[in-house]
Design a protein around this ligand. Structure first.
Ligand SMILES: CC(C)(COP(=O)(O)OP(=O)(O)OC[C@H]1O[C@@H](n2cnc3c(N)ncnc32)[C@H](O)[C@@H]1OP(=O)(O)O)[C@@H](O)C(=O)NCCC(=O)NCCS
Length: 264
């Protein structure tokens, strides 16, 4: 078995991006070989080829990337969903048990965040889509909806995607999905590229536990990251673009928002 070759320290976050171009049949077949029978059945249930393709790349990405961090072959990773659908690694190897991962897919991109020993949530959206601004009025916090509507009309769509991705990254880091009421916590995004979170009383959490960053891996996608980290900790990012089983490159990226209290 190939030894694990990626070192991951607790202060590091590794982000793996798979842009999802059409691939040739030979590569599809190789990636398909990594999937379990159950995953192949799920893939076949997608009606559209586009969704099958994204599912294939997602599973191949998770399996090949996780194998960089622990001596487990890509096809041998096992997962169980938690009570709110988040997949957890069940391989007993100590290195596997320490890993945390979260992924998100949207048109043209699958992104996977890997950390060790601390929670992480990630969300990506294609900003080429029309922003459903009315969703903010119905589901976001009052402060978020008001701040959004106070912006010049031309800036509202971008702010909507920013809020949406940050909110998703937080509920995904908690692993609780939409059982967390979206209106009970607020992201404060201001003009100086900083980001803070605040909680309503009754939502059992503290702003000091979480930090947020935003990246733009390309012109059409926003990525929001929520990491369990105190404001004094140094955090380091590494970003790669991969096509599973084919290629891997360092990805130049722009950090477009950071936590307020620390320049990490
Ligand atoms: C499932 C949910 C956690 C994310 O869904 P999503 O934004 O549609 O999808 P994403 O592509 O970003 O993330 C899906 C991945 O997150 C992971 N995931 C699933 N449930 C999760 C949970 N409870 N917590 C963390 N991660 C979860 C899975 O790996 C999943 O991918 P997979 O099924 O291919 O393994 C949940 O938040 C949801 O249903 N959201 C619906 C969208 C919405 O209404 N958002 C409100 C915007 S503020």
């Amino acid at each position: 078995m190939k030894p694990s070759d990626e070192l991951l320290a607790p202060h590091q976050v590794h982000l793996w991006h798979a842009f999802t171009p059409q691939q040739d049949e030979a590569l599809n077949a190789l990636q398909l070989g990594l999937l379990t029978p159950d995953e192949r059945t799920r893939m076949a249930r997608f009606h559209f080829e586009r969704d099958q393709h994204r599912y294939l790349i997602t599973r191949a990405l998770v399996r090949t990337v996780l194998s960089r961090y622990a001596p487990i072959a890509p096809a041998d990773w096992t997962f169980e969903p938690g009570p709110h659908g988040r997949p957890y690694i069940t391989n007993p190897h100590l290195l596997a048990q320490q890993l945390r991962f979260n992924l998100s897919h949207t048109d043209g991109l699958v992104v996977l965040a890997v950390t060790t020993g601390r929670e992480v949530g990630i969300d990506t959206e294609s900003t080429a889509r029309t922003a459903p601004l009315e969703v903010a009025d119905r589901f976001f916090s009052r402060q978020e909806a008001q701040a959004l509507r106070a912006l010049p009309a031309a800036e509202q769509a971008h702010r909507f995607w920013e809020l949406w991705t940050f909110k998703e990254s937080y509920i995904k880091a908690r692993g609780l999905g939409l059982s967390l009421p979206l209106s009970k916590f607020s992201l404060q995004l201001d003009g100086d590229a900083r980001v803070d979170i605040g909680f309503d009383e009754g939502l059992d959490d503290s702003p000091a536990r979480w930090r947020f960053w935003q990246l733009r891996p390309d012109a059409n996608h926003l990525v929001a990251l929520c990491l369990e980290a105190s404001t004094t900790e140094l955090v380091e990012f590494s970003c790669k673009a991969v096509q599973p089983l084919l290629s891997e490159d360092t990805l130049a990226f722009e950090l477009t928002r950071r936590p307020r209290a620390f320049q990490g």
